[in-house]
Design a protein around this ligand. Structure first.
Ligand code: AMP
Length: 278
């Protein structure tokens, strides 16, 4: 299966076609569809991978419960422009004993509350990049740290892959579309837009002149914490490129990120903005 994917894409390139790659864990929704559509606009052959990657789930996480509607996924992928679907068995993807650990941006934020998660992502993405060969690969800003880590991985290891970040697709009330939203009860679903509301309040305070990242992060945290159905995990304000705390005086591209639990769901969201120089 893996060797077949590599050979097929190599043949396509030899015949002059460009390749787009959209890695997913399936349970395809409008967010994934936006990546496939963008890939189909940019490239001739669009490969969607569907693989629920055990390496990126912690021992107490939802690996077994994660939705796997494969037949629907294949139909959705084709409808929105995928040319081929790659649904590998685990033994073709787990990288044996090799693990890919991106230092720097891979060791902050989510790495502190989900140990092993980003290493699991990086290991499988490296495996996919090695199979896919020269291509453009599409990732959502929804998982912002993952996007930064994958960019670094491609650059540092010299994969011939151009990583393209795509904007977060949201429900009309602002909740970022996610495969994990199905875990929300109706009450939790109504409360969930608090994440974006909090991030927007943080961004507004920066635009209004606040320059202390800790104060902005505390504002975001307080808004989430005020929602009785939400339990805050983290709120951070970081340099958008390095994911380090922004250096003082704060200016340039910053990213506000938040993670919270609502019932069984662990949700994440983020927004970016450019803070004008003083
Ligand atoms: P996943 O299946 O959750 O691993 O996600 C596969 C890809 O879809 C990743 O690049 C995600 O960042 C992206 N993605 C997930 N949700 C969204 C969304 N709401 N908007 C845009 N991209 C998304």
């Amino acid at each position: 299966m893996a060797a077949e994917l590599a050979a097929t894409l190599e043949r396509e390139r030899c015949e002059g076609r460009t390749v787009g790659l959209v890695p997913t864990m399936g349970a395809l929704h409008d967010g994934h569809a936006s990546l496939v559509e963008r890939a189909a606009e940019d490239t001739d052959v669009v490969a969607v991978s569907i693989y629920v990657n055990p390496l990126q789930f912690g021992p107490d996480e939802d690996l077994d419960a994660y939705p796997r509607p494969l037949e629907t996924d294949l139909a959705v992928a084709e409808k929105v422009g995928a040319t081929l679907a790659f649904v590998p068995p685990a033994e073709e993807m787990d990288g044996g004993v090799t693990r890919v650990n991106v230092g720097g941006p891979g060791e902050v934020l989510e790495a502190l509350t989900r140990p092993g998660h980003l290493e699991g992502v990086a290991t499988v993405v490296a495996r996919l990049f090695a199979l896919a060969g020269r291509c453009r690969a599409y990732f959502g800003e929804k998982d912002y740290q993952q996007l930064v880590v994958v960019r670094r991985l491609a650059a540092d290891l010299g994969f011939p892959v151009e990583v393209i970040g795509c904007p977060t697709v949201r429900e009309p009330d602002g909740l970022a579309v996610s495969s994990r939203n199905v875990y929300l009860s109706p009450q939790e679903r109504s409360a969930a837009p608090v994440l974006l509301r909090a991030l927007r309040a943080g961004a507004a305070s920066l635009l209004a002149g606040e320059r202390d990242p800790a104060t902005v992060a505390a504002l975001v945290a307080d808004i989430v914490a005020a929602e009785p159905l939400a339990s805050l995990v983290t709120a951070d304000v970081v340099n958008a490129e390095t994911l380090e705390p922004p250096s003082a005086p704060l200016s340039g591209d910053v990213r506000l990120l938040v993670a919270a639990r609502l019932g069984r769901a662990r949700l994440i969201d983020n927004v970016g903005l450019r803070v004008p120089a003083p």
